[in-house]
Write a protein that binds this ligand. Structure first.
Ligand SMILES: *Cc1c(COP(=O)(O)O)cnc(C)c1O
Length: 398
């Protein structure tokens, strides 16, 4: 797992490109390239690359396999949870109609609004708009009334987006789905951070979710560019035609002779730029198989390094260290009281990032002068080096 780090003595691709190999104390962050992959996952990816396959066949087979593994009706593999949000929105907008697939993101004349509670807003909402939908926010940051949802469902709404884990007197998933379904409007859940545990998928679907977007590169520790869309088979079926390469001839397109056919294949859909490589797809299957076989197998990955960092920081006296847990990822986390150590948190972040081996820490608590450390992406030796870097930077600041 150490390949590529100059300090481990290898002369890898990053060194050739002149890119600094970093110490990732943040965890499954996209801007840091995600998590290291387990050798079994890497082996599956390498094997997938040896042979060509038809991607729609692979998608169907992987979807059936994952649906059985995860206990859900249908699954489609995407290039991430964000891609799953876009594709799920596209499915809700088109419901599989080829004429509509051909014209997204143009949604003139069809229900094209996606409703979201103010408390559920998030930068990932951009994926919804990218499909051609218009977001409509209801309620306020800490409260939504059921009538606020009822009033907006006037025939112009294609879907409701629901984001779990937000506190407040909000509409729960069950209440949201009950109201939405009275109007035949599907509910799309952004479960990126909340699945695994796998059971949550069933909980969301039983509460009324029609589709759930899941990240492959977070708790499942799959490839960074992978994710899932899970849920209603008719909506999942509407995803493939607007995601895959539709460079097909009418006469020989294999799907031309299905129950609803023959019909013309749509052209490249709105999801075509969100291509999933066969290595990502197979890598995610391998990671989920691994997870389902033993959900705790990789739980302690990086924990020893985290403990090493904590012990070193504590014995140095450079900064107060508090042990906690990252929620919802459910892994151990350190809080470093940088402000309490007399340093400016932004200066510390910049100083750590400008080192020959840059160190990145979590900044979600930066507003109160605290930086956080998660061990999921730490590799052997990183705990010591992370702690030494922090001690050095704080020493220079103090
Ligand atoms: C990480 C995340 C996403 C995006 O997941 P990717 O797999 O990186 O595309 C979407 N929504 C939420 C809430 C997330 O935390």
């Amino acid at each position: 797992m150490n390949a590529g780090n100059p300090e481990y003595g290898t002369d890898g691709v990053y060194r050739r490109l002149g890119v600094r190999v970093a110490i990732n104390g943040v965890g499954p962050a996209t801007r840091l390239g995600g998590l290291p992959l387990h050798p079994d996952v890497l082996a599956a990816m390498a094997e997938a690359l040896e042979s060509p396959v038809r991607m729609d066949e692979l998608q169907d087979a992987a979807g059936r396999h994952l649906a059985a593994l995860l206990g859900v009706p249908a699954v489609y593999v995407t290039s991430g949870a964000s891609a799953a949000l876009l594709l799920g929105t596209a499915a809700a907008l088109t419901r599989g109609r080829a004429d509509l697939v051909d014209r997204l993101p143009d949604t003139a004349g069809i229900p094209n609004r996606v409703v979201i509670q103010a408390a559920h807003r998030d930068p990932y909402d951009r994926a919804i708009e990218a499909a051609g939908a218009e977001l409509v926010t209801i309620g306020y940051p800490d409260t939504t009334h059921p009538d606020e949802l009822r009033r907006v469902l006037d025939g112009t709404v294609a879907a409701v987006l629901f984001r779990p884990g937000r506190p407040g007197n909000l509409l729960g998933l069950e209440a949201t789905a009950a109201i939405a379904h009275e109007h035949d409007v599907p509910v799309l859940v952004d479960g990126a951070l909340f699945v695994p545990p796998v059971d949550r998928l069933r909980v969301y679907l039983e509460a009324g979710a029609d589709l759930v977007a899941v990240s492959g590169g977070k708790g499942f520790r799959g490839p960074q560019g992978s994710g899932l869309l899970c849920g209603r088979p008719d909506l999942i079926a509407a995803v493939g035609v607007q995601h895959q390469d539709m460079d097909e001839r009418v006469e020989t397109w294999p799907r031309n002779h299905g129950a609803e056919g023959p019909f013309s294949p749509p052209r490249h859909g709105i999801g075509r730029p969100l291509k999933v490589g066969r290595e990502q797809l197979v890598g995610l299957v391998a990671a989920i198989e691994r997870y389902v076989r033993d959900p705790g197998a990789d739980e302690t990955e990086g924990t020893r390094e985290l403990e090493e960092a904590a012990a070193r920081l504590e014995s140095s006296g450079a900064v107060r260290v508090t042990r906690g847990a990252h929620e919802p990822l459910h892994v151990p986390m350190l809080e470093l009281d940088v402000r309490g150590a007399g340093a400016d948190v932004d200066d510390v972040v910049r100083a750590l990032a400008s080192r020959p081996v840059p160190v990145y820490l979590g900044e979600s608590e930066a507003w109160r002068g605290v930086l956080t450390v998660v061990g999921m992406a730490l590799r052997p030796g990183d705990g010591t080096r992370l702690a030494d870097a922090v001690i050095e930077v704080l020493g220079a600041a103090g």
